[in-house]
Design a protein around this ligand. Structure first.
Ligand code: 0O2
Length: 267
């Protein structure tokens, strides 16, 4: 196939990946804006390289003229989640979407492949508007945790190095590592509530610090400079103590002081 033709074929896949990246990044931002816990840590996407398409077509005996029908992952999106439970929350989220048609699902998280591979796969049909016409393409969404992703990336490079014939001893060691990663995910899930609480505390601290700084900035306008500097120093002192309750109390007191100055300035 001519290079020019490849470019034309791959164009809608590239558009689909760009659109899906925007959409899933938007999901992440929406959670952040709502100060809500986001089950997606990282959004990645890629169009398979021509070399990789040819290698897979060769490996899976797919005739070139049937590539678009038979190769489901020319366009691929990967969603990386903190916890296994989050992977399934994302699975539910995708099932509810109206902008893609789910063709099939493979749960390699609950049913790992023999290699140790774990991920949740969606095969979807997704329509893009090319400059000529609408085109519906196949795409794959993979959902996995950070541990799963780490294992997959390493295993993938070894498969590449050994052209799919990883030596038995190395293969067994990889399986063993996959078990370790599974244990790692289980352990992380068991302390998930602790981690959620820590993240929520950090987010609350960031919000309170933001409010305090805005109030101090306003004090420079409505109170004396000396008073604003005094409050700023008091804030730094309390901030260094890393005590959220004290920080909250200071924010409340500061609000009352600022309110007093505001009332005075209106007289
Ligand atoms: P690349 O370079 O990542 O694109 P599916 O039909 O998709 O539910 P199936 O039958 O395994 O699942 O399909 P396929 O085509 O074998 O695998 C799809 C993709 O899943 C692969 O694409 C990999 O990204 C990933 N994958 C599947 N099995 C394994 C595995 O054992 N190890 C690793 N590391 N990744 C795997 P490509 O084209 O192989 O690679």
């Amino acid at each position: 196939m001519e290079i020019q033709l490849w470019r034309e074929i791959l164009e809608p896949y590239s558009l689909a990946v760009d659109e899906l990246l925007v959409k899933f990044n938007h999901v992440q931002r929406a959670f952040q804006k709502a100060n809500d816990y986001c089950p997606i840590d990282l959004v990645q996407g890629r169009v398979k390289t021509i070399a990789s398409i040819l290698e897979k077509a060769n490996r899976k005996k797919i005739p070139l003229e049937q590539l678009e029908d038979q190769m489901g992952d020319i366009a691929g999106i990967r969603l990386i989640c903190p916890f296994v439970e989050d992977c399934y929350a994302v699975v539910d989220m995708i099932r509810k979407r109206m902008d893609m048609e789910i063709v099939s699902e493979d749960d390699y998280i609950t049913h790992p492949k023999e290699s140790g591979y774990r991920s949740y796969h969606f095969q979807i049909r997704y329509t893009v508007q090319t400059f000529r016409e609408p085109k519906t393409i196949n795409a794959e969404i993979q959902i996995r945790t950070l541990s799963m992703n780490c294992w997959c990336t390493i295993e993938h490079s070894l498969q590449y190095k050994y052209h799919g014939n990883v030596p038995e001893e190395l293969r067994l060691r990889l399986q063993h590592t996959a078990d370790g990663m599974l244990e790692n995910d289980r352990e992380l899930s068991s302390i998930r509530d602790e981690i959620h609480a820590a993240k929520a505390m950090k987010a609350e601290e960031a919000r309170i610090v933001g409010d305090i700084l805005v109030t101090i900035q306003n004090l420079y306008k409505i109170a004396s400079r000396r008073e604003a500097v005094r409050m700023q120093e008091e804030f730094f002192r309390i901030y260094q103590e890393q005590n959220l309750d004290k920080l909250k109390r200071f924010a409340t007191e500061l609000d009352i002081i600022a309110e007093g100055y505001r009332a005075q300035s209106l007289m």
